[in-house]
Write a protein that binds this ligand. Structure first.
Ligand SMILES: [Zn+2]
Length: 128
């Protein structure tokens, strides 16, 4: 499954996801046809191509799939936070979400999404 970031997809498609973060929720697209989940919005299901997609809200619980320590931030927005831990979490619903994480989390840890506001943007922080 490809991992996309919100800045790589059209704003209109990302808006329900971003609105969800503002409400401290992780939203994902659910495919009516094949019942699979994708985090970042597309016009069609990345698995079966169906255009019957609905938006669901995640429980916020998931399992860590990948961990990266970022020592040098890629943008001014994140420079003040470095070094920080980034994770890809597979949510209970099957969608994969990238977010910040509590230092020390490891692959396969069970985590919960919490949220923090940094320079006006609500960001995810996964904690054990
Ligand atoms: Zn599908």
């Amino acid at each position: 499954m490809s991992i996309m970031t919100a800045d790589k997809i059209p704003a209109a498609l990302a808006q329900p996801y971003l609105d969800g973060l503002g409400s401290k929720q992780i939203r994902f697209q659910h495919c009516v046809a094949c019942a699979r989940a994708q985090t970042f919005a597309h016009d069609a299901c990345q698995y079966c191509g169906s255009e019957q997609l609905t938006w669901n809200t995640s429980t916020g619980r998931g399992r860590v799939h990948a961990v990266t320590i970022v020592a040098r931030a890629p943008s001014d927005l994140f420079r003040a936070l470095a070094p920080y831990t980034l994770v890809v979490v597979e949510m209970e619903e099957g969608a994969r979400v990238m977010g910040h994480a509590q230092p020390g989390v490891r692959i396969d840890d069970l985590v919960n999404a919490t949220y923090f506001v940094h320079q006006g943007q609500t960001l995810i922080r996964f904690e054990k």
